[in-house]
Design a protein around this ligand. Structure first.
Ligand SMILES: Nc1ncnc2c1ncn2[C@@H]1O[C@H](COP(=O)(O)OP(=O)(O)O)[C@@H](O)[C@H]1O
Ligand SMILES: [Mg+2]
Length: 348
């Protein structure tokens, strides 16, 4: 078992509120990602679960047991950090065995566990090397191995891939996902990288300024963002937001008049959200604009279109040929329009 329940957690440092009344239930076996920009409180939440910080208010439960007063070593968790902090004077084998030695485990059992985990992570050949004889990716695997041998109920990982170069990061992302699928240990993973979150998470908890914005599966977060922050944080290029008002069925902004599917209301301040991939450039389009920037990426192109005073970003196939200054027509996929309240910024 490895359920983690965070209940109304508040953590203040002096007059900084790093975490502001956050509640998250992490189920057994889940890969939960805490996602959000730098400074939003992710590390603080993780350190509080680990017992390295004390909550100012609120409770942490592990397997239904209140652990606020349980010391870190007795919580059944293992933490993997961004700087993997291997002991430089020890071999890989000794590094991995170290936490088990501390627990006074028998030598045969330690050897057996280290061997099994090394095999699983494909680092058997590295067991007699020192950390300085390893590449960044190999070190990261050893750090993971050192966490896995302890057989924890919960893994806590704080941006464990952020020190790796882009190519290795993509590779390790897939490796971590495979590892989780194999051992199914509850994992709480911190990142500011929305692609990591989308690709690895069973659920994402998205935070901003210490507050939980939304928790859901990657597809819920992507398809039904709870507010403009969530809509803008996940997806590249980000969702387009157009400020305007709704009169009857029509959304009206400075440059756009758009008939909404089946919405009837009057509202002064509304924000229409539409993702770049949900806009089509075609002659039948009901909105007219002018090509402003063309950015080819090989497999697709990103087109910025100027409509009145608005700049709208569109993703298209690389086959459409467009020139800056050219007049074009676009249409929004009516099923993919998001409306947000212009005051609260929450989905309507
Ligand atoms: N030990 C500390 N003392 C004072 N302020 C802190 C401390 N740890 C974190 N903070 C502040 O709390 C907020 C959240 O930090 P952190 O949890 O590290 O965010 P994240 O991991 O999302 O980047 C930030 O404003 C940070 O400056
Ligand atoms: Mg952090």
């Amino acid at each position: 078992m490895g359920e983690v329940r965070i209940k109304e957690l508040i953590k203040s440092f002096g007059n900084v509120t790093a975490v502001n009344r956050v509640s998250i239930d992490c189920r057994d076996g889940e890969f939960l990602v805490l996602l959000g920009p730098s400074g939003c409180g992710k590390t603080t939440i993780l350190r509080t679960i680990a017992g390295l910080e004390e909550p100012t208010e609120g409770e942490i439960y592990i397997d239904n047991k209140l652990v606020n007063d349980v010391p870190p070593k007795d919580r059944g968790i293992a933490m993997v950090f961004q700087n993997y902090a291997l002991y430089p004077h020890m071999t890989v084998r000794e590094n991995m065995a170290f936490p088990l030695k501390m627990k006074k485990m028998k030598k045969e059992e330690i050897d057996d566990r280290v061997q099994k985990v090394a095999k699983m992570l494909e680092i058997e050949k590295l067991l007699d090397r020192k950390p300085k004889e390893l590449s960044g990716g190999q070190r990261q695997r050893v750090a993971l191995g050192r966490a896995v041998v302890r057989n924890p109920k919960v893994f806590l990982m704080d941006e464990p891939l952020s020190n790796l170069d882009a190519k290795l990061r993509t590779y390790m992302r897939a490796e971590l996902k495979k590892l989780h699928e194999r051992i199914k240990v509850t994992t709480i993973y911190v990142t500011h990288d929305q692609v990591e979150a989308m690709t690895m998470a069973t659920r994402i908890a998205l935070l901003k300024d210490g507050e939980l914005q939304q928790i859901g599966t990657p597809s819920e977060i992507y398809n039904n963002p709870a507010n403009t922050f969530v809509g803008g944080f996940v997806g590249t290029p980000p969702m387009n937001f157009i400020e305007g008002s709704v009169k009857g069925k029509t959304f009206v902004s400075q440059g756009i008049e758009y008939d909404l599917p089946e919405v009837r209301m009057e509202k002064e301040k509304v924000i229409l959200g539409i993702r770049p991939e949900d806009i089509k450039i075609s002659e039948e389009g009901n909105i007219e604009g002018e090509v402003y920037v063309v950015e080819p990426l090989g497999y697709e192109q990103i087109i910025t279109i100027k409509i009145g005073e608005e700049l709208i970003i569109v993703k298209t196939s690389p086959d459409i040929e467009l020139k800056v200054g050219e007049k074009v027509r676009i249409s929004f996929n009516p099923q993919k329009i998001h409306l947000f309240d212009g005051e609260t910024l929450c989905a309507m």
